[in-house]
Design a protein around this ligand. Structure first.
Ligand code: BGC
Length: 253
């Protein structure tokens, strides 16, 4: 029997979902993307996710569902909220989604999910050292792995550099908002990843998020000690990792 699960990736801008073959780390069939409801409020998002899951599962109502989210997630609760409604802070999001979907779900931070996909199926497959995963999108998502094991909820996108939360300067959304060229943006990325190196000395740095498909335009401009490489699963990493973790934890309830 093929091992399958549903992966849902909730972002500040869009919500993406797909059926995933969790053995191969591949999307099966259609990947659906819908806009995140304005305001990013819990009830609106959970309704949209329920519709998405319904479209994806069809008659396979028992598949595990993994949902990844742009916040610290501990024991099913969302503990922070950057780029979404503050109503998520302290909310039992797992229960909210379970009620909306009428089934068990597994919820996690989005960068953790993307990192899991890269460690299992992508750029850090079989890597034994310290891996720093990052996603450049609406915010900067980060995840740390040692010998393939995740240290959950690293929130290093919010490092304070030059007196500001540096996500506001170096996320892809900042490049778009300020109309920066790749070379201007890469100066900020240089500052960001150099700070990460100074603090953590990773053995490998992975850059994901939608913009990582254009990695040739900015990664060669960065000078770091560790290799810095694009995410192989690109913008699907969150979906793949969320599905993989949901499948792994499917018997917990
Ligand atoms: C959030 C993180 C999230 C990242 C990417 C940040 O603003 O604090 O939890 O992983 O954005 O979505």
């Amino acid at each position: 029997m093929t091992k399958k699960a549903i992966g849902i990736d909730i972002g500040g801008t869009g919500i993406k979902g797909a059926l995933v073959n969790v053995k191969k780390g591949e999307i099966v069939g259609e990947r659906i993307r819908v806009m995140t409801p304005a305001g990013g409020r819990p009830d609106d998002i959970s309704r949209v996710v329920a519709e998405l899951v319904k479209q994806l599962t069809g008659d396979r109502g028992t598949l595990p569902v993994g949902i990844c989210f742009p916040a610290v997630v501990k024991h099913g609760k969302t503990m922070s909220a950057a780029n979404i409604s503050k109503e998520w802070i302290g909310l039992d999001a797992e229960t909210l989604f379970e009620k909306a979907l009428g089934r068990h779900v597994h919820i996690m931070n989005d960068a953790d999910a993307a990192g899991v996909a890269e460690v299992k199926f992508g750029a850090a497959k079989k890597h034994k050292g310290l891996v720093f995963m990052s996603t450049l999108g609406t915010g900067i998502g980060t995840a740390l792995f040692i010998k393939g094991e995740l240290v959950p909820n690293a929130e290093l996108g919010h490092l304070e550099i030059d007196g500001v939360d540096y996500e506001t300067k170096a996320a892809y959304s900042a490049m778009e908002r300020e109309g920066l060229s790749f070379s201007e943006w890469s100066e900020r990325l240089q500052k960001y990843y150099s700070t990460i190196e100074r603090l953590f000395s990773p053995d490998l740095i992975i850059v994901g998020g939608g913009i990582s498909k254009s990695y040739e335009q900015f990664l060669p401009l960065l000078k770091l000690n560790a290799p810095i490489v694009p995410a192989i699963k690109r913008n699907n990493a969150g979906i793949l990792g969320a599905a993989a973790l949901a499948f792994k934890n499917r018997d917990e309830n």
